[in-house]
Design a protein around this ligand. Structure first.
Ligand code: MG
Length: 368
C-alpha cells in the first residue's frame, strides 16, 4: 500500500464561550484546525487533525502545521502508511522537531492501518479497554462565582472530572480552591491546572495553604528546574503536561520523580506513535495519565481516546472532549460523544470517525 495523495484543509473552530488560560491570561475564542486526508492506492483513506490550543499557549502554531506538511509531504509520498514507524522516521528526517506538525499525518496513518486490519486503532496497538473514559472539563474562570458557574454547567452535562484553571493571584486562587473543595462531590476528579502561571514561591504558598485537601496541581511552574526546586517542599501530587513534549522529557520526569501524573497531549508530542512510548515510560514508573488532544473536533478527541483505551483502567484518570467547547461540528454528530460524562471507544476499524468533507470548505493544499 502506498500514500498517493495528501489533501489539507483549514477550519476555524469557534469556542462556545471565550476561554481564558489560568490566571486570566491569554483569552481565545477560536481554534485554527488543520484537517488532513491521506489517500492510498488501496482505496483506503485516513484522516488526521492538528489543532493547537491557540497560538499563544505553548510553541505550536496553527499555520505552522500546514507549512510543516508542505515540507514533509514529498518525503512521505509513496510510503506504506501502515508502517507508521517508517513514516515517523521520514518525517523526523525531513523536519527535525516541530512535533505538532507531524501529529495529523501520524494520526491518518494509524487510521489507515486500522481500516486495513479491520480493527479499531486501540486494538491494533495492543488492546483497547472498553471501560468508558471519564471526560474532564476545562474550567477557564477567574472568580469563585465564575468557577462555580462553569463547573455547574459541566456537571449538568454529566461531567464528573474537572480541570480547574488557576495560576493567577495567590490569595484569590487559594479561595477558589477552598471553594471548589467545599462543593466537590464524592468521587469527583478535580485537577488544578496552573498552566505554568506561578513562580516557585507562589506555587509553594498555594500548595502549603491547601495542603489539608491533598489536591493535585498541573504544571505549577514554567520549567522542570522550577518543579524540581519545589519538589521536596510540598506534599501535593503534581501532573506535568506543557513541558512533556519529547520522550526525553518523559524520561527525565520519571528519572527525577518530578510528577505523579503525565498529561499526554497527542498533538503536542507528535501523535499517537510518540505518545504511546510516553505511556510505556509512565507505566514502567508508576505514573498515571490524563490523555487528551491539545484541541480540536471529535476526530482529535477520538485519537486521544484510542490511546487512553490502551492504558490500564486504574492508571488512566480522564480524557477530554474539546468538541463540547465548540459551536461547530465537522462530523455531523458521529464518533464518540459525551454520554453521562464519558466517552466510549468506537468499534469501527481505524479511527472510527471521519469528517463531513463538505463542512471543511475547499482544500488549502493538495500533494500528490
Ligand atoms: Mg494543563
Amino acid at each position: 500500500m502506498k500514500i498517493t495523495c495528501i489533501t489539507v484543509f483549514q477550519v476555524d473552530l469557534p469556542l462556545e464561550h471565550p476561554y481564558w488560560l489560568s490566571g486570566g491570561r491569554l483569552k481565545f475564542e477560536v481554534l485554527d484546525a488543520t484537517l488532513v486526508k491521506v489517500e492510498t492506492d488501496a482505496g483506503i483513506t485516513g484522516w488526521g487533525q492538528g489543532t493547537p490550543w491557540g497560538h499563544t499557549y505553548v510553541p505550536a502554531h496553527g499555520p505552522g502545521i500546514r507549512a510543516g506538511i508542505a515540507t514533509m509531504a514529498p518525503f512521505i509520498m509513496g510510503l506504506d502508511p501502515r508502517r507508521v514507524l517508517v513514516v515517523e522516521r521520514a518525517m523526523d528526517l525531513a523536519l527535525p522537531g516541530h512535533l505538532y506538525a507531524k501529529s495529523p499525518i501520524d494520526m491518518a496513518c494509524w487510521d489507515i492501518a486500522g481500516q486495513a486490519a479491520g480493527m479499531p486503532i486501540a486494538d491494533l496497538i495492543g488492546g483497547g479497554s472498553r471501560t468508558p473514559r471519564p471526560i474532564a472539563s476545562s474550567v477557564g474562570a477567574n472568580t469563585v462565582e465564575e468557577t462555580r458557574e462553569v463547573m455547574e454547567r459541566y456537571r449538568a452535562r454529566g461531567y464528573g472530572a474537572h480541570s480547574v484553571k488557576i495560576g493567577g493571584d495567590v490569595v484569590r486562587e487559594i479561595s477558589r480552591i477552598r471553594d471548589v473543595e467545599s462543593i466537590r462531590r464524592e468521587g469527583e476528579i478535580v485537577l488544578y491546572d496552573v498552566n505554568r502561571g506561578w513562580t516557585r514561591q507562589q506555587a509553594l504558598r498555594v500548595m502549603s495553604a491547601t495542603e489539608d485537601f491533598n489536591v493535585m496541581f498541573e504544571q505549577p511552574c514554567e520549567t522542570f528546574d522550577d518543579i524540581a526546586a519545589i519538589a521536596g517542599k510540598h506534599a501535593a501530587p503534581v501532573s506535568v503536561d506543557e513541558t512533556l513534549v519529547t520522550l526525553q522529557d518523559a524520561a527525565r520526569i520519571a528519572r527525577d520523580g518530578l510528577a505523579e501524573v503525565f498529561g499526554i497531549k497527542l498533538n503536542r508530542v507528535g501523535g499517537l506513535t510518540k505518545a504511546a512510548r510516553m505511556r510505556d515510560i509512565a507505566l514502567a514508573h508508576g505514573i498515571d495519565m490524563f490523555v487528551m488532544a491539545t484541541g480540536g473536533s471529535v476526530l482529535a478527541d477520538t485519537e486521544a481516546l484510542h490511546l487512553a483505551a490502551t492504558i490500564p483502567d486504574a492508571n488512566c484518570h480522564a480524557v477530554w472532549a474539546c468538541q463540547d467547547m465548540l459551536t461547530v461540528d465537522i462530523a455531523g454528530g458521529r464518533g464518540p460523544r459525551n454520554i453521562k460524562g464519558h466517552l466510549h471507544l468506537p468499534e469501527e476499524p481505524g479511527l472510527g470517525v471521519h469528517p463531513d468533507e463538505e463542512a471543511l470548505g475547499d482544500p488549502v493544499a493538495v500533494y500528490s
